[in-house]
Write a protein of this length. Structure first.
Length: 339
């Protein structure tokens, strides 16, 4: 039995997702939750029947603790990951290590020096609609890819997102938009060359709540990633275009929710010869489950997302930040050697 702790419940939705998944996984036990706001943490723990830990140093010094899940605010995740790694605790990180390339690089140095097992959560790569998309790409039936469009949106800024999410790095780019970033890299199979970022604050939020990012690739392909907190009826959608065909997938309803079943999505594939990808009936194994198996020494052929993915996401988000701040296209090679 692996005893784990969650570091951070700043975003109660994400933290509760981890609580529920841990309770569903054999061989895992949630020992405690810590947060830098003791009042917030104690309330969260009482609400969900979890042990509350107020002292981070004491928690990380516990020899009975086998690993930690980082679910802290965006600008605190990387330092926490580095601290936990330095204490010898394996780390599993919510979908962002950091929105700052410098912070991600510094944390990665501590993680690599510690030799601990590090994993990243990239949940949209488990969804049937996206597994079918990568199947279509890898089949070659679409031809070389020329364009990609991903939209991920909900009404958080106008329909109930907690007001107390005090993180200057937060916003659709570092939340919903991050999912589009790792999906883009996964599907396109190569790094983007440049990005132009358009970000708005439609709701008056201190954070960007409505955004579109246009990426260009060295071969002339483009990707348009849209994310929003001001869209009440906006199903997740993904479009992949190549020289020979197209793949289209979207949520079957106007509700924003996880598309964990094949029936949650509508999928179309347009190719020279009639063909449809085999959409998995349900989501595949999560990265948290895979991380736990590797922590237990179980062999697996499935790769675990880790530092490379965390650093690439930070690199893309750094470029987005620079583009939004300057109003210009940012070339990703400007960041090579940064950090």
């Amino acid at each position: 039995m692996k005893r784990l702790a969650i570091l951070g419940c700043w975003n109660p939705y994400h933290a509760l997702d981890f609580v529920k998944e841990l309770r569903s996984l054999p061989g895992a036990e949630l020992s405690a939750v810590w947060d830098d706001d003791p009042i917030r943490c104690e309330s969260f723990c009482a609400q969900h029947g979890i042990a509350f830990e107020a002292d981070l140093d004491r928690l990380l010094a516990n020899d009975m603790l086998d690993g930690v899940i980082i679910c802290a605010s965006v600008n605190k995740s990387a330092p926490l990951a580095g601290t936990a790694a330095a204490a010898g605790k394996p780390v599993f990180c919510d979908h962002l290590l950091s929105a700052s390339l410098h912070a991600a690089v510094e944390a990665s140095k501590r993680i690599e020096a510690s030799g601990i097992l590090f994993g990243m959560d990239l949940p949209l790569t488990y969804w049937p609609v996206n597994l079918a998309a990568i199947q279509a790409v890898q089949s070659g039936r679409l031809g070389p890819l020329t364009a990609l469009r991903i939209r991920n949106a909900h009404d958080g800024a106008i329909g109930g997102l907690p007001a107390a999410l005090p993180d200057a790095d937060y916003g659709v780019g570092a939340d919903l938009g991050a999912h589009g970033l790792y999906l883009m890299t996964w599907l396109m199979g190569t790094r983007a060359a440049s990005v132009y970022a358009a970000q708005g604050r439609y709701s008056g939020s201190p954070f960007p709540d409505n955004a579109a990012y246009v990426f260009e690739f060295a071969n002339g392909a483009v990707a348009v990633l849209e994310s929003s907190w001001v869209a009440r009826r906006s199903p997740f959608s993904i479009e992949v275009y190549g020289t020979k065909g197209a793949y289209l997938g979207r949520g079957a309803t106007g509700k924003h929710h996880r598309l964990l079943l094949a029936s949650d999505a509508i999928v179309q594939c347009h190719t020279d010869e009639p063909w449809e990808p085999a959409v998995p009936a349900a989501a595949c194994e999560s990265n948290l489950s895979l991380w736990l198996k590797k922590l237990a020494g179980e062999a697996s052929d499935k790769p675990l997302a880790g530092l490379a993915e965390g650093l690439e996401l930070a690199r893309l988000l750094e470029a987005i930040r620079l583009s939004a701040a300057s109003g210009r296209k940012v070339f990703l090679d400007e960041l090579d050697g940064a950090g």
